[in-house]
Write a protein that binds this ligand. Structure first.
Ligand code: ADP
Length: 200
């Protein structure tokens, strides 16, 4: 299964999501994370050698893919794809995950672009609300309702903005392995997103 993660804006948690999804999926089968973001953040994350899956530069992808032994391939792509890029990205994978924050500008841009994709009849994409303000804020739920009202596909599970994720990026590990009050619920959210992916 090939899963691509892309976003309309930098800093919305795209790399954090790609790394963590790969971490959960690795438990279900051999997983490869391809870093196609010019910032090479996933590769940077993996430098500590603590991630339980292989991370490679996109230029190495043909060699690794040819080997055919990966059950899951995650691709962390560039930001700001235009409509044409998006269609190509969607065509090249089984599932295109589009993270967005609840920040109104980012959300509006995402909704607009994805409505266009819908018109182009791309159907294998799904929005993921990322770095949403923690409870008691209702921002995440409100955004979820708005996106559903637009008839766009979206994960029921949202990723909350918790320092635990920042710590995992700094330590080069997964959020389940950091010391933080929200480490385990953050990891659970990623597991639930994987369930949504695999049970679809
Ligand atoms: P992108 O790939 O979209 O640029 P990153 O995953 O690199 O985003 O995240 C950008 C910054 O936000 C990093 O410092 C990262 O640790 C932080 N971050 C990402 N997701 C979360 C989250 N859910 N909670 C808190 N911080 C987050």
């Amino acid at each position: 299964m090939i899963i691509t993660v892309t976003s309309f804006k930098g800093g919305v948690g795209k790399t954090t999501i790609a790394v963590h999804l790969a971490g959960v999926l690795q438990k279900k089968g051999k997983t490869l994370l391809i870093d196609g973001d010019p910032n090479r953040s996933s590769l940077e994350w993996s430098k500590e050698g603590k991630l339980p899956f292989i991370v490679i530069d996109e230029k190495q992808a043909p060699k690794y893919i040819r080997d055919g032994s990966f059950k899951f391939i995650l691709i962390d792509t560039q930001v700001r794809p235009d409509e044409g890029d998006l269609k190509d990205l969607a065509d090249g994978c089984d599932l295109l995950i589009v993270p967005t924050t609840t920040d109104s500008l980012s959300l509006k841009a995402t909704l607009k672009m994805l409505s266009a994709l819908k018109t182009l009849k791309a159907e294998n994409y799904k929005i993921l609300l990322s770095a949403i303000p923690p409870p008691p804020s209702k921002e995440g739920q409100e955004a979820l309702s708005e996106i559903k009202a637009n008839n766009l596909p979206i994960f029921e599970t949202m990723i909350t903005r918790y320092t635990a994720f920042k710590k995992s990026a700094m330590q080069g590990n997964l959020v389940k392995d950091v010391k933080d009050d929200h480490a385990q619920d953050s990891w659970k959210a990623i597991e639930n997103i994987c369930k949504e992916i695999l049970n679809k």
